[in-house]
Design a binder for this molecule. Structure first.
Ligand SMILES: [Zn+2]
Length: 386
């Protein structure tokens, strides 16, 4: 936009000189076209203070105990880290956090032992990670065997499988590892047999796969982070191709419980997420890091949450205690036009969804207690009240 403005000013000045005019009429012409007559601020400079005065109901603590299905706490092998995370969980009313950082083998068993030793075995559950690098014939069986070992050691799920699965991980032969590569079938079958959920993050917001131009809703974030630009089709598959691969993987494993991270990046198109849920009764959605999409459509999102109340799980993603209350406020209140916490995710404000209590309970903890095996039940209301 600034480039256009500069070009226009040059053209205007040239025209003014030719016509023997001074600057004032040129400014008048600019005004007539609805352009500012002083240099406009850049996208990062403009921070208008809202003048709206309406009732506000901040929610520092969730109304019901919560399972954070998408936890990325600091490494839990140190008592100090455990204590720090527990302190934040207590004040936010997070009863159980799923540790979804890459953990397998010794890295997993160390953390499980440390949490037990600290007396907090009922506050954390652990998911196991998979080593998906350099896949070749026989890799699937090796990964499945490690998974069995990790589950024996206490893991109760797989994940988070990171977005590199599909985007960048290469097979031993150098080709891209597709989500539906048959070598991995044995891993998803093993998950079904062990009755553990598979928590998978696929792709990223669809805009990251579009050209970085001034019509891109995520221009600022893409401009800030080079590693969030996936529009080069010679390097990356398209968003829709990744989703199609993921859907084929899910379709081949109807007995596996799939949890798609970030609502499959369909938060801005909940109808598409509804189709995924309708087609596959074994799919659940975790809502971390897409609050900006729910909070800009509070009425449609509310209807969606009521309709799919058995399929949606609360998760936060990055561990930043100050950010959780934004989620509580969107879900629990009918507040209007309030700030979000990260300006490069969204340049708009949020509105509350005012979810009914029985839906809140399921999203906060009920669905997680149902799909994660061996969940500690201390601290949650009797399951009869779900
Ligand atoms: Zn994550």
């Amino acid at each position: 936009m600034r480039g256009t403005g500069v070009r226009e000013r040059v053209v205007l000045s040239a025209a003014a000189v030719l016509a023997g005019l001074v600057l004032a009429p040129a400014a008048g012409q600019a005004q007539r076209r609805g352009q500012p007559t002083i240099p406009p601020p850049s996208i990062v400079e403009y921070k208008p203070r809202s003048t709206l005065v309406v009732p506000a109901h901040p929610v520092p603590r969730a109304k019901f105990p919560v399972v954070d299905f998408h936890g990325h706490p600091p490494n839990l092998s140190s008592a100090e880290n455990i204590q720090r995370v527990i302190g934040a969980m207590d004040s936010l009313n997070i009863q159980v956090m799923v540790q979804a950082n890459p953990s397998s083998g010794e890295r997993l068993t160390q953390q499980i032992a440390a949490v037990r030793a600290a007396g907090h075995a009922d506050r954390f559950v652990f998911f196991a990670s998979l080593d998906l690098r350099n896949i070749e014939a026989g890799s699937g069986a090796r990964i499945a065997a490690q998974l069995e070992e990790d589950v024996r050691a206490g893991a109760v799920g797989i994940g988070e499988i990171m977005k590199s699965f599909g985007l960048s991980i290469r097979k031993a032969d150098g080709s891209r590892l597709a989500l539906d590569d048959p070598e991995l079938d044995i891993v998803w079958q093993t998950a079904a047999r062990l009755d553990i959920p598979v928590f998978v993050h696929t792709a990223d917001p669809a805009e990251f796969f579009q050209p970085l131009d001034y019509n891109n809703e995520r221009w600022l974030e893409m401009a800030m982070f080079e590693n969030r630009r996936f529009f080069d089709r010679s390097r990356f598959p398209s968003f829709d191709d990744l989703m199609a691969e993921r859907d084929r993987m899910i379709a081949r494993h109807p007995d596996t419980k799939w949890v798609v991270a970030h609502l499959s990046w369909y938060g801005n198109d909940l109808g598409r997420l509804g189709q995924l849920f309708d087609r596959h009764p074994n799919v659940y959605g975790e809502l971390g890091a897409i609050l900006y999409d729910l909070g800009r459509q509070p009425r449609f999102a509310r209807e969606f949450f009521i309709r799919y109340q058995d399929r949606i799980l609360f998760g936060k993603d990055s561990f930043a205690p100050a950010e959780y209350p934004y989620y509580w406020r969107v879900f629990e209140t009918a507040d209007e036009y309030f700030d979000y916490y990260r300006d490069y995710h969204a340049f708009w404000k949020l509105y509350g969804m005012d979810l009914p209590d029985d839906v809140l309970r399921k999203v906060y903890y009920g669905n997680a207690l149902r799909i994660i095996p061996r969940m500690p039940l201390a601290g949650f209301p009797e399951s009869g009240s779900l």
